[in-house]
Design a protein around this ligand. Structure first.
Ligand SMILES: [Zn+2]
Length: 473
């Protein structure tokens, strides 16, 4: 599993992230899991596909396939333009009639980005097509960057596999029970630590923190399923209306598709968003890939991967709790400590931009909190056995080592890590900085003080617990 992808050249104490995720072309765990799941979904694609979506799939999908350009928008534009051109050249009166019907469907004044009746106002087909082309470009611009439109357009075509992945969830509900147990365990450990935390005691706010933490729970993906089914149903209804009620010939199907697309709002979902997790206090959301990870039946792997992700999300309710700023915890001392550690690791490992901006504190802090939770969980589940070898691996890896490796492997990328966004440092920084802060990591890999991972360590940061600062400010 992980052990076969480890770097032979880069040791765990030199650059832990690149030890677990070397820049080679060997397949890595997350990709293997995601690909397997995807192929599983597509195998079941036809089987469980609701017949009500079939008209759309039959009409629209062939237009996307076997086209010259890999860019779906180019294909789409090309298809729409050539279809319209055919209709326009063949019979102008009939063409105008179709456009009027289309316009009637979308209402006057036209509610879509794409006002079809204006096409027929032009004197010749070339002018009309120019108008269509510009309208399409304007529509794509309003909808977002071409890249995200590609994704959005594909999203609907992906409807069957999206829906099937919810079926998959139905069959694996027990995995979510495990998520809930883990989150309860982390909340319990955190509550105990909070009771020992100097600034919590000094301000006498344990009675605020504990109930606040106890609200946290794992949200069911079903919450998304209903919304997504509602969206697909609404989409298919409008699409069918566009095609049938206006008695349009098939060649208008891509035009109907894009126009319906522009007048419907796709829900923001988390379930099919790749490796994703979100804290929307008090609900914690996880995508299907995180749930998939919990199928790997090795307790120490689970602690480093799934439990660490859960702990990170719980950490968000502790660090800044930006979704609901109920108990903003801004300790200047801790903030500075955490930020300095991420900056130092970034400078040491030279991947991604090293600007330590405040907007990353919430995630940096949540990462650090999660890393300490790996240690806590290892100790409570394994005790001294954490240094025993994991059974069933081909290399000699201890439970503690596997837990730390698991936390890196879920972030693996085989290309140089880049700073992702205003909230997250590059993955190599995220992993290496929290590992250099973790005493159990040092012990698990026996890292000497003069190793790069240890030299990259700043002073020890304390988020909660008896060593945390006395003041919250
Ligand atoms: Zn986060």
């Amino acid at each position: 599993m992980i052990e076969n992808g480890l770097s032979e050249e880069i040791g765990p104490c030199d650059n832990f992230f690149r030890h677990v995720c070397p820049m080679d072309d060997k397949p890595y765990l997350m990709k293997i899991l995601a690909d397997e799941h995807r192929s599983d979904l597509s195998k079941n694609y036809q089987k469980t596909f609701d017949p009500k979506y079939q008209t759309l799939v039959r009409d629209v999908i062939p237009y996307f396939l076997n086209k010259s350009s890999p860019n779906i928008i180019d294909n789409y534009t090309e298809t729409i333009l050539s279809n319209l051109n055919n209709a326009c050249e063949t019979n102008r009166t009939e063409f105008k009639g179709y456009l009027d019907k289309l316009e009637k469907f979308f209402g006057t004044p036209c509610t879509s980005f794409f006002c079809v009746s204006q096409i027929s106002e032009f004197d010749n087909c070339d002018q009309a097509l120019d108008f269509v082309k510009n309208s399409l470009i304007a529509t794509y611009n309003v909808l977002g960057l071409p890249e995200s439109i590609n994704k959005k357009i594909l999203k609907f075509m992906d409807a069957p596999s999206v829906l099937w992945s919810y079926e998959w969830f139905d069959q694996h509900r027990d995995l979510y029970r495990k998520f809930n147990e883990t989150s309860k365990e982390i909340i319990e450990i955190s509550s105990k630590l909070l009771a020992d935390t100097p600034w919590v005691n000094r301000m006498n706010i344990t009675n605020i923190f504990v109930p606040y933490f106890e609200q946290l729970h794992i949200s069911n993906p079903d919450k998304f399923r209903d919304k997504i089914i509602e969206y697909f149903d609404d989409f298919i209804k409008k699409y069918n209306e566009c095609m049938k009620e206006s008695e349009l010939p098939k060649l208008f199907s891509p035009l109907c598709y894009i126009t319906v697309f522009s007048i419907t709002q796709s829900p923001v979902t988390m379930w099919n968003a790749g490796f994703q997790a979100m804290n929307s206090h008090p609900g914690l959301f996880f995508s299907n890939i995180v749930v998939l990870l919990s199928q790997i039946n090795l307790p120490s792997f689970y602690i480093g991967s799934v439990a660490k992700v859960i702990a990170h999300e719980i950490g968000h309710s502790l660090i800044i709790s930006k979704n609901q700023d109920f108990i903003p915890y801004y300790s200047n001392e801790t903030t500075k400590c955490v930020q300095n550690q991420f900056e130092k690791s970034c400078e040491y490992f030279q991947e991604g931009k090293c600007d330590t901006i405040y907007s990353r504190y919430d995630d940096n802090g949540a990462d650090l909190f999660a890393s300490f939770m790996i240690s806590k969980l290892l100790n409570s589940h394994f005790g001294a056995d954490k240094n025993n070898l994991v059974e069933g691996t081909t290399k000699n890896i201890t439970n503690a080592q596997l837990a730390f490796m698991a936390s890196a492997t879920v972030f693996c990328e085989k290309v140089p890590s880049v700073t992702q966004d205003l909230e997250h440092h590059a993955n190599v920084v995220r992993i290496n900085s929290i590992m250099s802060q973790n005493a159990d990591f040092k012990e698990a890999f026996n890292c000497p003080d003069n190793s790069k991972m240890m030299l990259a360590k700043n002073e020890q940061c304390h988020i909660i617990g008896k060593n945390a600062p006395i003041s919250r400010f």
